[in-house]
Design a binder for this molecule. Structure first.
Ligand SMILES: Cc1ncc(COP(=O)(O)O)c(C=O)c1O
Length: 435
């Protein structure tokens, strides 16, 4: 695309998005002042029209936007005449990515999709087919995706309720309640329990070591597959390839997505062990391909993912670990004593800042004529709005709007983290002065 084309798309495409894609999202970003007129990228940051740099803490990209090595790998591959989709479905690039993931994780079977949702869906189907059991459990507070299966696992609310009736046999258990878990698994009809090591959209809640130990022990005892949704916690954000690498038992299934495609192309993976795969799909030729998606494991996405895995070296993880510790300590120190901050939670480069919902009369969505948002506190979005103006893209947790969800890129400098933390305290203070 020539620079000319890009300018033209930027000029007309935003209005086209409002008309042809989603008018309410377009209205929201305009209203909240989210940075959206993005002219390009530089050094992993977004460049707004006019040249202002935006540091994106949304977490989708683990090494920032438009990583050069990933773009180069895709460009090199495009310079070949290889097909991206293989009619036999025996795609050598998918094979290569499966091997690379095996070398990094020990899991020796991979299914590739294009989103976290479809990889979660694959995990649910694998679990039912492998165990012959009907039930699938999730934790209250979960976010696992928006397909019908993954949405059934979701915490009750706007992402789940409008789409009822949900997939039968799916139900939540409360996190951290070992007795409830033991009771739910005891009948031995549960195919899988799917958990996030840190619930992100639920408010940035890490599972406790005690609960993780019970999850590992009770699932093994009752023959239930333990599925870890590492869409957010995997690929280095906790300073290691998999967040669950420190768990007492390796989960039976891991779900990866988001950053796996290098931030450039869609790529997700469901990793498991070969014997579990064969229990589900190894009975005969008829079932071998019973679960598939057409472009899952396409060559171009795999090339991007392989380039990304090359970048995720032990050195990068060591940096991410140090930056994560620095970030968590800096946030806790800077926000201590703020009347608007309830708690800082999280680990590594995943932080949550819970804000106090005030009863100030204008600090409500009703005040702005948005009665349908009654019950949600606008405090988090107000802080995000202020931070956009300071050059940071932050967002709130999907299920808890009064908690900020902050996920800087793995290679962010300490000085950049310090500047962010200072700006956040200043903006929270300026709101505290008003209310
Ligand atoms: C933990 C978790 N699982 C699954 C998903 C779904 O991924 P996707 O949006 O790629 O379908 C998300 C998305 O944010 C997520 O945070």
């Amino acid at each position: 695309m020539t620079p000319m084309d890009h300018t033209e798309i930027l000029r007309k495409g935003i209005e086209d998005f409002r008309r042809f894609v989603n008018p309410l999202v377009a209205a929201r970003v305009a209203m909240t002042g989210e940075p959206y007129r993005i002219a390009g990228t530089r050094d992993g940051k977004l460049v707004e029209e006019g040249g202002r740099l935006i540091e994106d803490l949304h977490g989708t990209q683990s090494l920032g936007h438009r990583v050069a090595a990933v773009a180069d790998a895709v460009r090199d591959w495009l310079a070949t005449d290889a097909p991206s989709w293989y009619p036999s479905r025996v795609n050598p690039y998918a094979g290569r990515l499966g091997r690379a993931l095996n070398e990094r994780t020990g899991y020796d079977n991979a299914f590739f999709g294009m989103s976290g949702s479809d990889a979660v869906e694959a995990a649910m189907k694998l679990a039912r087919a492998a165990t012959g059991r009907p039930r699938v459990l999730s934790l209250l507070g979960a976010y696992h995706g928006t397909t019908m299966g993954s949405c059934a696992l979701m915490h009750p609310g706007m992402f789940r309720d409008p789409f009822a009736p949900h997939v039968p046999g799916v139900s939540p258990v409360p996190p951290e309640d070992v007795d409830a878990l033991a009771r739910a698994l005891a009948p031995e009809d549960v195919a899988a329990i799917i958990v996030e090591p840190i619930q992100l959209e639920g408010g940035v809640n890490p599972l406790s070591e005690r609960y993780i130990a019970s999850l590992c022990e009770l699932t093994e005892k009752h023959g239930t597959l333990l599925v870890a949704d590492e869409v957010q916690t995997g690929l280095g954000r906790l300073g290691r390839f998999l967040g669950t690498a420190t768990w007492p038992r390796r989960p039976d299934v891991i779900v990866l997505a988001k950053a796996l495609g290098g931030g450039l192309l869609p790529c997700s993976a469901m990793l498991t062990y070969k014997d579990t795969f064969l229990r589900a799909y190894g009975k005969d030729m008829a079932t071998a391909e019973a679960h598939n998606v057409t472009f899952g494991g396409n060559a171009m996405s795999c090339v991007a993912a392989l380039a990304m895995l090359d970048l995720l070296s032990p050195e990068v993880f060591a940096v991410a670990k140090a930056r994560g510790d620095h970030f968590q300590a800096g946030l806790r120190r800077a926000l201590a004593g703020s009347p608007l901050v309830v708690e800082v939670r999280g680990a590594g480069l995943i932080a949550g800042v819970e804000l106090r919902a005030t009863d100030h009369p204008w600090l409500s969505f009703e005040h702005f004529g948005m009665d349908e948002l009654h019950g949600h506190s606008p405090i988090g979005l107000l802080v995000c709005h202020r931070m956009y103006k300071r050059g940071y893209y932050c967002f709130v947790c999907g299920h808890r709007w009064n908690t900020l969800r902050l996920q800087p890129r793995l290679d962010i400098e300490e000085s950049e983290l310090d500047a962010f933390v200072t700006a956040l305290r200043e903006e929270i203070d300026s709101i505290a002065d008003l209310v």
